[in-house]
Write a protein that binds this ligand. Structure first.
Ligand code: ADP
Ligand code: ZN
Ligand code: MG
Length: 475
């Protein structure tokens, strides 16, 4: 019976840290530069070069550990993980094996059945690999080492996640925490927040099943689809008397299926050993306490504040708080225009919709809090209607500038001149005798139709309150 199976999911999240320089050299970590322009002998692995650990990396990892309820190890070290791949110039990655910086934490998520803790086994620091660019030159592959040595934290969850929805909430929660403490920009399209997804199924009362793993997944949608697909596939295999093989899989977004890539490596295969070119990492109690004392406000606390102090609904608070950028935009804009309710409505409805349509991260919103506040004030002052504001908002996304300028340039300002509106009202009445009769016969709906016609004629620019008033007077 398929219903007897329970899914078991564990996630290994890689987040690129937003330090200015790489983990073992002074090269820039900035994304998007020309290939191999942010490299030096150290991150290109020239013989004889030596790594020097960037202190900021330790600080950021400790911050992440504290924000996820981990114990911070005062005694930690780096290890070499040996494997061959063309984007890994040293043929080993400096990572952490048996003494990670942070251990035994948790992140709390909301599920259908209430709150649930997803335990974090460990958070360790390591260096990112370079990138292979395929296809550009007649089927060959070119190596770009700009990313080699960019600092990462790897956050390994316990297999506590029971469904694709839980996996998504966990990933979103963790992402927002990392954004709030400003250790990673978590831009998924740029690969700075990505997950290895481990899935297995078992029957209750029986030991966990064998897991498969899909690496480096960087969209919530692919991750949830992959998990749902794998659960069904593995149940099929077991129900047909087969065994699930421990494998690394590749998820294909187009076909919506996973494909086997290779058998799974074991720790033995990596021949881990302590990195001889780096000293051990020793942290004092004061160092850790100081970072703890200076942690910024976490999403959980903003969430409570929005609900308790601002009377926001849980759902609205959740959407806004999920992204530090949106939450900051909300606070700044409200501070400027004073209309908190309007700001949250705009963020939850139109701004979120446009972000979705354009597949933009909130951090890439091109307009400022000032500009959004100005737009809302113009509505509040009756200078533009909500309908016109939607056009202004679209324009703010395309070509951000002072909303007043947008309104003037596009001739969008509201018609509030009584004489002008009267003319429009008369014209509409003349052209719609049937509706006039209907209204007089008691059909109130006819008024809405007439106002709609006037709006259409003025492309939404007529002041709706005035239209209503003048129509009623004329009728
Ligand atoms: P590796 O690097 O070999 O993948 P890690 O220990 O770093 O090993 O990560 C293993 C991940 O797999 C963890 O997130 C863990 O929660 C998850 N995991 C372990 N056992 C299972 C299982 N039976 N089913 C699903 N996930 C599992
Ligand atoms: Zn370098
Ligand atoms: Mg793994």
């Amino acid at each position: 019976m398929r219903e007897e199976y329970k899914p078991v999911i564990g996630l290994e999240v890689h987040a690129e840290l937003s330090t200015k320089t790489k983990i073992f050299c002074n090269c820039s970590t900035k994304f998007g530069a020309k290939p191999n322009t942010q490299v030096c002998p150290i991150c290109m692995a020239m013989p004889g070069t030596l790594p020097v650990l960037n202190e900021k990396v330790v600080e950021y990892a400790v911050k992440a550990g504290l924000a996820t309820n981990c114990t911070i190890s005062k005694d930690s070290k780096n290890d070499r993980k040996n494997y061959f791949y063309p984007d890994l110039p040293k043929s080993y990655q400096i990572s952490q094996y048996d003494k990670p910086l942070c251990e035994n934490g948790y992140v709390e998520i909301d599920t259908k059945n209430g709150k649930k803790k997803i335990r974090i086994l460990r958070i360790h620091i390591e260096e990112d690999a370079g990138k292979l660019n395929h296809d550009d030159f007649g089927g060959g592959s070119l190596v770009d080492l700009n990313r080699a040595g960019v600092p990462l934290i790897e956050i390994v969850s316990e297999p506590d996640i029971a469904s694709s929805e839980e996996a998504e909430s966990y990933l979103k929660k963790l992402k927002s925490i990392l954004e709030y403490i400003e250790v990673s920009d978590c831009k998924m399209q740029e690969g700075s927040y990505r997950a290895d997804v481990n899935v297995s199924v078992h029957k209750i009362g029986e030991p966990f099943g064998t897991r498969t793993e899909s690496k480096n997944m960087n969209s919530f949608r692919s991750i949830t689809r992959e998990i749902d697909y794998e659960i069904e596939r593995q149940i099929d295999v077991l129900e047909n008397g087969g065994v699930v093989k421990q494998q690394t899989l590749r998820w294909d977004d187009v076909s919506g299926k996973t494909f086997a890539m290779r058998g799974k490596e074991e720790a033995d295969d990596y021949r881990y050993f302590p990195e001889p070119d780096l000293v051990a990492i020793k942290l004092s109690d004061e160092y850790i306490q100081n970072i703890k004392d200076n942690l910024p406000e976490l999403p959980e606390s903003r969430y409570e504040r929005y609900i308790n102090e601002y009377n926001m609904s849980q759902k609205d608070a959740e959407i806004i708080v999920a992204s530090k950028y949106l939450s900051d935009l909300f606070e700044k804009t409200s501070g400027i225009c004073g209309n908190r309710k309007a700001v949250s409505n705009w963020i939850i409805s139109d701004i979120s919709r446009i972000l979705n349509e354009k597949e933009l991260e909130p951090a890439n919103i091109p307009f400022s809090a000032n500009q959004l506040a100005k737009m809302i004030t113009m509505i509040d002052d009756g200078k533009i209607s909500t309908k016109i504001a939607k056009t202004v908002l679209e324009e703010l996304f395309e070509n951000p500038k002072d909303p007043e300028e947008i309104v003037n340039e596009k001739g969008l300002s509201q018609i509030s001149d009584e004489g002008e509106i009267k003319k429009i009202v008369e014209e509409i009445l003349q052209n719609n005798p049937q509706s006039v009769q209907d209204y007089k016969a008691g059909k109130d709906r006819a008024l809405g139709f007439l106002v709609g016609q006037a709006m259409k004629q003025t492309k939404g620019k007529a002041n709706p309150q005035m239209l209503n008033k003048l129509f009623k007077e004329a009728l």
